[in-house]
Design a binder for this molecule. Structure first.
Ligand code: SF4
Length: 744
């Protein structure tokens, strides 16, 4: 708007005659009817949602070069035109006020704007001198499932072959590592075997620790299309998903292994198993059958809190189904026993032959939009293309594609995310690079994380948003593009590769992560060697096609254009293991005897309540994005604590009282109390999205020994009425936002 126009507008407003026509003039949209003229797009750009792993296809409306609206892609096989509230308002993230716009370098205690040259020269120089002094492995890098696959693949090469450190992991370890490890334990490889289509054709759907109504809403639509199914939901809490169920099993926290073994016991005892499938495709059945013979319904009822009849009914429904589907998410994965719980779930599918057929699958529902892509293109828990660090032929194959000495490829994986943090506390990790993730809010046991970040000699935070609580610890902040500003692919939970398109340019001086990686490679002197001739993320895709060719996650048959036009393509087809051949050496899946252990931090007199954490549909992870979207944030502006009426009465608490949650580690004050039968007596629930009420101040720093995934759930706490509201609130904000307030 010209200066004269601005003056004229101001004058009209002052005089009270401005009707805000640019906002309130209506126009006819061909699909939506009458809407604000400002939202009638000139053109629509196809893309894939950048929030969760459902991977909905959408179209973003563009007017005068700005994203003004979003609509579901009616032809997309995942969502068929539907979107959840986050997807429908996603274009607002592109113009959100809290975007990172320029590189910031800490000078004399303050983050001040610098040029990209100064930022990247400083980063490469600092990392170099630290690695020279303490060794290559003193650098830790934590990536994210928010990058497109092409970027994550590029990053893996840069970290492992450019910087020469194997201490590289993704924030996906905080949500999906146990699913990966569990699949590897049973089948010999990662890779969800089924499809969303299976939810529409299964007779029985068993959801374990999966509140899809809040976390993967569009999957509820897929499920609702299946009118014949019996839905059984296993969850200690009466979630929105549990309310949709035919049978809700409100198990005691962390008794899922007992329930699963108990179901297996009934299946074996009553002959509801597929002997032919077991004989042809599995190992370890005799030992397994012997093991589960001790899980009598009577015993399982005591452990789970369910009655025997319910356990028998569930087992018989599952065992007699023509096709049975088991889905799970964080209720299973967020545990010190997550990986083996996944193996126990796989046991059920294997002994009944419920795998590799329509409607029949053990199916991990992933978290982030591209958690799957990072698992496949890796260089974290496995080598790219699901290759193994310890298999010489896998390393040799990559060395030949990359034309490098095979000795440069690590033979074992480096430190996982939690071990990088512990390594920093122990003084072994001296520099860290955190990309598009916000550990100050998302990592358990904040006090330990704070020690880790404070002990670093140099911390780089690369993010699309600024400030974030993690930026407060940074020595250098690199502003990055987000969804809608870059091009590449995401892969969703059902292995469907979706095309992601740039709709607008990044704000200010922000750059795509891909461009940042190449620029760093240039400064390290490895760009020509690692990325010969690369200019765009499509060059990364072309190499990734070559690297994945012939592997389970083979991208070579698909082009970007085809993926976009067809609404994505599933690597491995609609479902894996249709031939019953598994990627273990003998081609057979393994049955595992999984013990049922008590969870780590049991309640006692001082901390009598078991705290569970989770999500709500309106927000995403640590709210760096959704707190900036008015539509979402006004619906759920702050955290809360759910408590059963019996506990509330014992503590003489009333609805909406402000309460403090206290664990052995710290406290979260000033939470609004919701008294509800949704949680069982002796349990409480709070969402984990809010930095202002950071649940990870009180969560436990315990990790799965196999997957290294944190046990975010089942922390022993006590709840008190908040005494010193103002003081505690100020101290809470100070703690959640880091070591100083001197940032710009
Ligand atoms: S369900 Fe997930 S992928 Fe679909 S619109 Fe919502 S956040 Fe996006």
């Amino acid at each position: 708007m010209s200066f004269a126009n601005q003056l004229f507008t101001r004058l009209r407003r002052k005089l009270g005659i401005d009707t805000l026509p640019e906002k309130y003039t209506y126009a006819q949209d061909p699909r939506f009817g009458k809407v604000s003229a400002s939202r009638v797009a000139d053109r629509w750009v196809k893309t894939t949602c950048g929030y969760c792993s459902v991977g909905c296809g959408m179209e973003v409306g563009v007017k005068y070069g700005k994203a003004v609206a979003v609509r579901g892609n009616e032809n997309h096989p995942v969502n068929r035109g539907k979107l959840c509230p986050k997807g429908l308002s996603e274009h607002h993230t592109l113009t959100a006020p809290g975007r990172a716009r320029q590189p910031l370098l800490r000078k004399e205690g303050r983050l001040v704007p610098v040029s990209w040259d100064e930022a990247l020269d400083t980063m490469v120089g600092k990392f170099g001198s630290i690695q020279q002094k303490y060794g290559r492995q003193s650098l830790g890098v934590i990536g994210t499932g928010q990058l497109v696959t092409e970027e994550f693949y590029t990053l893996g090469k840069l970290v492992q072959l450019g910087f020469g450190t194997s201490n590289f992991d993704g924030n996906t370890t905080l949500c999906m590592a146990s699913a990966v490890s569990g699949y590897k334990l049973s089948f010999g490889s990662d890779g969800p075997p089924g499809s969303y289509a299976d939810m529409e054709t299964a007779d029985v759907i068993l959801l374990i620790g999966a509140n899809i109504a809040d976390n993967h809403p569009i999957l509820c639509q897929r499920l609702e299309r299946n009118k014949r199914r019996t839905l059984i939901v296993v969850d200690p809490r009466v979630t929105k998903t549990a309310m949709m169920a035919d049978i809700h099993l409100p198990v005691k926290p962390r008794s899922d292994i007992a329930l699963i073994n108990g179901i297996a016991h009934v299946l074996v005892r009553e002959g509801l198993i597929d002997r032919e499938y077991i004989a042809a495709h599995t190992n370890g059945y005799e030992e397994f059958a012997e093991y589960v013979s001790t899980f009598h319904p009577e015993y399982v009822a005591k452990v789970t809190g369910l009655n025997e009849e319910t356990i028998l009914t569930t087992a018989r429904l599952y065992g007699k189904a023509k096709a049975a589907f088991i889905g799970w998410t964080m209720g299973v994965n967020h545990s010190t026993q997550g990986a083996v719980t996944v193996a126990a779930i796989n046991n059920l599918s294997l002994i009944t032959g419920n795998i590799g057929r329509a409607g029949a699958s053990p199916f991990s529902i992933t978290g982030q939009c591209n958690a799957m892509g990072t698992r496949e293109s890796g260089f974290t828990s496995s080598l790219p293309g699901y290759r193994k660090f310890d298999v010489p032929a896998d390393r040799q194959e990559l060395a030949e594609i990359w034309k490098i000495d095979v000795e440069r490829i690590p033979t074992v994986r480096g430190l996982t995310y939690p071990d990088i943090i512990e390594g920093a506390v122990a003084g072994k990790i001296k520099a860290m690079w955190i990309i598009a993730t916000n550990p100050v809010v998302s990592f358990p046991n904040y006090d330990v994380l704070q020690q880790a970040l404070n002990s670093l000699e140099f911390l780089v935070v690369q993010d699309g948003f600024y400030p974030t609580p993690t930026c407060d610890f940074a020595d250098l902040v690199l502003p990055a593009a987000i969804w809608g500003e870059k091009e590449g692919t995401y892969t969703n939970s059902e292995r469907r590769i979706g095309k992601v398109n740039a709709i607008v340019a990044p704000p200010g001086e922000a750059r795509t992560d891909f461009d940042i990686f190449l620029d760093i490679a240039e400064r390290l002197g490895v760009r020509g060697e690692l990325y010969p001739g690369w200019q765009t993320s499509h060059d990364a895709f072309l190499e990734w096609q070559q690297v994945s060719k012939g592997r389970m996650c083979d991208y070579s048959p698909f082009t970007w254009r085809q993926i976009e036009e067809e609404g994505g393509a599933q690597w491995g087809g609609e479902r894996l293991y249709q031939d019953g051949v598994f990627p273990n050496q003998d081609g057979r899946a393994r049955l595992h005897c999984v013990p049922c252990e008590p969870f780590t931090e049991q309640p006692n007199d001082e901390f009598p309540i078991i705290l569970n954490t989770g999500r709500t549909v309106e927000h995403w992870h640590t709210r760096t994005k959704t707190a900036q979207v008015d539509l979402l944030n006004t619906m759920v502006p702050h955290a809360w604590l759910e408590m059963n009426p019996i506990d509330a009465e014992r503590l003489q608490l009333k609805p909406h009282d402000k309460v403090t949650v206290i664990s052995r580690r710290s406290r979260v004050p000033n939470l609004e109390l919701r008294i509800t039968g949704i949680v069982a007596p002796g349990q409480a629930f709070m969402p984990f999205h809010f930095s202002e009420h950071n649940s990870n101040l009180v969560t436990l720093g315990a990790f799965d020994p196999i997957s290294r995934e944190p046990n975010f759930k089942q922390s022993a706490v006590r709840v008190e009425r908040t005494a010193f509201t103002v003081f505690e609130h100020v101290s809470q904000i100070t703690k959640a936002t880091g070591r100083d307030a001197a940032t710009q």
